[in-house]
Design a protein around this ligand. Structure first.
Ligand SMILES: Nc1nc2c(ncn2[C@@H]2O[C@H](COP(=O)(O)OP(=O)(O)O)[C@@H](O)[C@H]2O)c(=O)[nH]1
Ligand SMILES: [Mg+2]
Length: 221
């Protein structure tokens, strides 16, 4: 759960990008890093092996001030390979919100499904089943991408889906803001953030948007 420090007037959120191997989690973080003002971000830490797969995790810290409060958002990715189960659990612990990056390619359906089931099981075991999950279908640029009305909605036919071409940066910021909004909503319900911090979700989103390039985020443009 988010850490609120009233003495230091500081709130720290932890967000995690989850999904099967090579779906584009690190690409999301790279694109996001490129769209955050330099003054408001820390170093993007990525740790890739030679075959392009994340070995441990990536971390992008974002920070900004609003209403006399310091906000820190720590954005992580997990390694997707089944063998890295222990790392995934450690990264997932205490998370406030999740983006599930699914791969749009038809041959990745099973990998998406396996990773989703792994996420659901890990959230249950960490007592995090109430944490908001935003589903992003990435690699929409590929010619064989499964049509959006035919993709897996992971058990919820009404589930809202985000579309992205993370490699080109499209859809990355809108996914991130959807996650931030849903995370705030949920924390506000449980921690009465707006009341305690004197800033509501909309104002929080606006303050964040001043430092993250919303205008550069257009699918196909
Ligand atoms: N065509 C296409 N390839 C992508 C896209 N996003 C990521 N990739 C590629 O998919 C591979 C895996 O991406 P990466 O971000 O490392 O995936 P991760 O394992 O989930 O962190 C890389 O070769 C990326 O260049 C996309 O939107 N479109
Ligand atoms: Mg990665």
């Amino acid at each position: 759960m988010a850490q609120v420090d009233f003495t230091e007037r500081q709130l720290t959120l932890k967000l995690v990008y989850y999904g099967p191997p090579l779906s584009g989690k690190t690409s999301n973080l790279r694109a996001l890093h490129g769209m955050v003002d330099q003054l408001n971000r820390g170093r993007l830490m990525t740790l890739d092996t030679r075959d392009d797969r994340t070995l441990f995790f990536d971390l992008l810290p974002i920070f900004f001030r609003a209403s006399g409060f310091s906000f820190r958002i720590k954005v992580y990715t997990v390694p997707g390979q089944p063998v890295h189960e222990a790392t995934r659990k450690v990264v997932l612990a205490g998370t406030d919100g999740i983006v599930f990056v699914a791969d749009s390619q038809p041959d990745q359906r099973e990998a998406n499904r396996a990773s989703w089931q792994n996420l659901v099981a890990n959230l249950a075991s960490l007592d995090l089943s109430e944490v908001p999950v935003v589903v992003q279908y990435n690699k929409r640029d590929l010619p064989d991408a499964v049509a959006l009305d035919q993709v897996d909605r992971f058990g919820d036919p009404a589930r809202k889906l985000e579309e992205a071409c993370a490699k080109a940066g499209a859809g990355v910021v809108s996914t991130f803001f959807e996650l931030v909004a849903r995370t705030w909503e949920r924390l506000d319900r449980d921690l009465k953030l707006a009341e305690k911090l004197g800033i509501d979700g909309a104002a929080f989103g606006r303050a964040l948007a001043e430092h993250v390039g919303v205008t550069t985020d257009r699918i196909g443009g």
